[in-house]
Design a protein around this ligand. Structure first.
Ligand SMILES: Cc1cc2nc3c(=O)[nH]c(=O)nc-3n(C[C@H](O)[C@H](O)[C@H](O)COP(=O)(O)OP(=O)(O)OC[C@H]3O[C@@H](n4cnc5c(N)ncnc54)[C@H](O)[C@@H]3O)c2cc1C
Length: 380
């Protein structure tokens, strides 16, 4: 077996598959090593859908990256000849002075993104699915939508392999070393050598990367599917992606969800807020009846027409940084190692452009993409 590569990518999930694709597209020899299947349901990238929105309340600096990500999503759809995203529009609801609504508008205005501000009456008229407090307003983003995560990872992985990448599923990386001459990666099957290592290990990043001087907290997240009392109001075409400001313990939190997708059973919704801290090895992956409390009370309050029987629940993981912003950088102790981690529950929509940034950093040591604000340096 060939074991010398330009780049080895550890973790072929959302970010790693995109990195493999970008590296292979540039003619680099690349090996992707994934401990589970490609794709899998044990990391952070399963569950049918991920929101894609550009009016980004988290910080306006993300918007140029999102614009580039969208170009790359369109290219991936074209090159793979697969349906990977639905443009549904997005409706964001909350009090005007909330971080969610004010931050959404700040990004929209600063980057001249198409959007509409709706007062309470307009919101109630346009989106009768929701029952909101009188002081709630809305921001509608026509260009928002959703990505199909398992298909996206498959598309990136397949195109990477068609361009020469070697991807191995079910092959956990046990350890790695980096020196002046290159990197060495050990698995139970073989020892591999490369010029550069990309580590995109999701919830396992702390174990793979050692001490970065930044705590990454893995949390257990619940996603639910319910059968609405009036399903016709919640189907693709009738409902955009949606999010409602619903703070918890003084911190912003969002009840959010998706329209019912063809071929999928029920309305998917979840609460965007870090759940119980856990580890990827000890997490209880079985969703239990009390987990429904994560979203059921807010569902009854804000979306009574959807407050029907539970169909299923999934367990997923967030990997949270102290400031909820991503980390993309060189390893502080190893020039030949690039890392992407800490996506804090909002990273999937960026995967295409993060793959591009990782390929730039691995092959040339620099990138023109505006990712400085995501570097480790911000933690001091
Ligand atoms: C419930 C939920 C809802 C979300 N909703 C959204 C949303 O609407 N929009 C959005 O943009 N983002 C969303 N996110 C966040 C987004 O899905 C994640 O940020 C993103 O998928 C993380 O990608 P990743 O590549 O870092 O991790 P993963 O996709 O989990 O990939 C990491 C991979 O590394 C592998 N790995 C780890 N250790 C090893 C090893 N030693 N050897 C080999 N392989 C290894 C793992 O098995 C895994 O496959 C959501 C996340 C969750 C959990």
């Amino acid at each position: 077996m060939r074991n010398g590569f330009d780049v080895i990518v550890v973790g072929v999930g959302a970010m790693g598959s995109a990195a493999c694709y970008q590296l292979a597209a540039r003619g680099a020899s690349v090996l992707g090593l994934e401990q589970f299947g490609i794709p899998n349901t044990l990391g952070s990238s399963h569950g049918e859908s991920r929101m894609l929105r550009l009016c980004y309340f988290e910080h306006p600096d993300y918007v140029p990256l999102l614009q580039r990500a969208c170009d790359l999503w369109a290219r991936l759809e074209h090159d793979s000849a697969r349906k990977l995203l639905h443009t549904t529009g997005g409706i964001y609801m909350g009090r005007p002075d909330s971080e969610f609504i004010s931050g959404t508008l700040r990004s929209a205005v600063q980057h001249r993104l198409a959007h509409e501000s709706l007062d309470h009456a307009q919101l109630a008229h346009r989106f009768g699915q929701f029952n909101l407090p009188k002081d709630f307003v809305g921001v509608y983003e026509p260009g928002a939508g959703l990505l199909l995560p398992e298909r996206v990872i498959s598309a990136h992985a397949e195109l990477a392999m068609r361009r020469g990448a070697v991807l191995h599923g079910q092959e956990p990386v046990r350890d790695w070393q980096a020196g002046d001459d290159g990197v060495v990666v050990h698995t139970d099957r073989a020892t591999y050598h490369a010029d550069h290592l990309v580590v995109s290990g999701g919830a396992w990043s702390s174990r793979l990367l050692g001490d970065l001087g930044v705590e990454l907290v893995v949390t257990r997240q619940i996603v639910g599917w319910v059968w609405p009392k009036r399903p016709e109001l919640f189907e693709l075409g009738a409902l955009p992606i949606w999010a409602i400001d619903n703070p918890r313990r003084g911190r912003p939190g969002l009840l959010y969800g998706f329209p019912i997708l063809p071929g999928s059973l029920g309305l998917k919704l979840a609460y965007h807020f870090p759940g119980e801290p856990t580890t990827p090895d000890t997490i209880d992956r079985q969703a239990l009846p009390p987990d429904e409390d994560d979203f059921r009370p807010a569902l009854g309050r804000f979306i009574p027409h959807a407050d029907g029987p539970l169909l299923s629940m999934h367990v997923c993981m967030y990997t949270n940084t102290p400031d909820s912003h991503f980390i993309i950088d060189r390893h502080p102790a190893h020039d030949r190692v690039t890392l992407a981690c800490g996506f804090s529950g909002h990273g999937f929509k960026f995967a295409s452009v993060i793959g591009e940034a990782l390929a730039d950093l691995a092959l040339t040591g620099r990138t023109d993409l505006p990712i400085e604000f995501l570097g480790l340096g911000r933690f001091g």
